[in-house]
Design a protein around this ligand. Structure first.
Ligand SMILES: [Fe+2]
Ligand SMILES: [Fe+2]
Length: 288
């Protein structure tokens, strides 16, 4: 692939493992876009410091928020327990937290149900940011915030919104960026978005995102890649999940290698290259 290809850095679940050294490294690597697939925050701490550092990138970037971003720990817990009434009550602070995160990100957009573009030479690709704050499975989590900010109240409405974005995308070549990946890629714990925290395992991918991908293909658009995170590579109970799958000409990448910065100081991200016909991905480890 020549360098007229588009090159994107996909940064998986940061969970606070990000600093200005990453800014330096990624700015020096000649990327056309840095795509953060969410979960900047830790389990007990917000990501305002991380966001302030991301704002210093000279390379174009976008952040799609994960289920950890903008949620307090008790709020996240009740969403995980799928307690809708309590979750809506606990979610009252989410808009303010998201605004704080956005303010710290400065010029870097907090993406979600939004269209973006990336171009190099005469190649241009539309980037569709999926449902923000996804936490996988069939429960429509963070419904209060998604309704109020985005006007989306269910998985069905979410699918409709994503399909509309597909129709509105100015370029026929597409890349989807989401926090959690789509359904349809396996139901075993080690599958790319398979459930590793329930004994029954299962497909934990997002149905609304799958609908949008199939809609794009039916409309004759070229879906080059779908990049997301959320389902961490290291599995509960041991083992590693598949992080890259090619299916029907679409490259699926789960970039959630956690911790993103290892104890020895190695830093990880995924490099995605596309010439507009195909895409390929490589896990990049930068040694300290
Ligand atoms: Fe995560
Ligand atoms: Fe997540």
């Amino acid at each position: 692939m020549t360098r007229s290809a588009i090159r994107i850095a996909v940064v998986g679940d940061v969970h606070l493992r990000w600093d200005d050294r990453d800014v330096e490294l990624l700015d020096a690597a000649d990327y056309d876009l840095v795509a953060f697939v969410g979960d900047l925050a830790g389990y007990r701490r917000d990501a305002l410091g991380v966001a302030a550092s991301i704002a210093r990138l000279r390379t174009a970037a976008l952040v799609i928020p994960g289920n950890h971003d903008g949620a307090s720990l008790p709020h996240l817990a009740v969403e995980t327990l799928e307690r809708r009434g309590l979750a809506r009550l606990m979610g009252r602070g989410q808009p303010r937290r998201c605004r704080d995160l956005e303010a710290m990100l400065g010029p870097v957009p907090l993406a979600g149900y939004s269209l973006h573009a990336v171009a190099r030479a005469d190649l241009a690709v539309s980037v569709i940011a999926g449902r923000p704050h996804s936490q996988g499975g069939d429960f429509f989590a963070f419904s209060r915030h998604l309704e109020r900010r985005y006007g989306v109240g269910s998985l069905e409405q979410s699918a409709e919104r994503l399909c509309r974005l597909v129709d509105e995308a100015p370029h026929p070549r597409l890349i989807f960026v989401a926090h959690n990946g789509p359904s349809g890629l396996g139901a075993r714990r080690h599958d790319i978005w398979g459930c590793d925290f329930r004994r029954a395992e299962g497909d934990f991918g997002d149905r609304d995102l799958r609908t949008a991908i199939e809609h794009a293909r039916a409309r004759g658009k070229r879906v080059l890649a779908v990049v997301a995170g959320h389902m961490h590579h290291r599995l509960k109970g041991g083992g590693e999940r598949r992080w890259m799958v090619e299916r029907d000409g679409v490259l699926y990448v789960n970039a959630a290698r956690v911790p993103r910065i290892e104890r020895d100081g190695s830093r990880f991200h995924v490099r995605l290259d596309t010439d507009g016909e195909t895409a390929r991905a490589e896990l990049v480890r930068v040694l300290p």
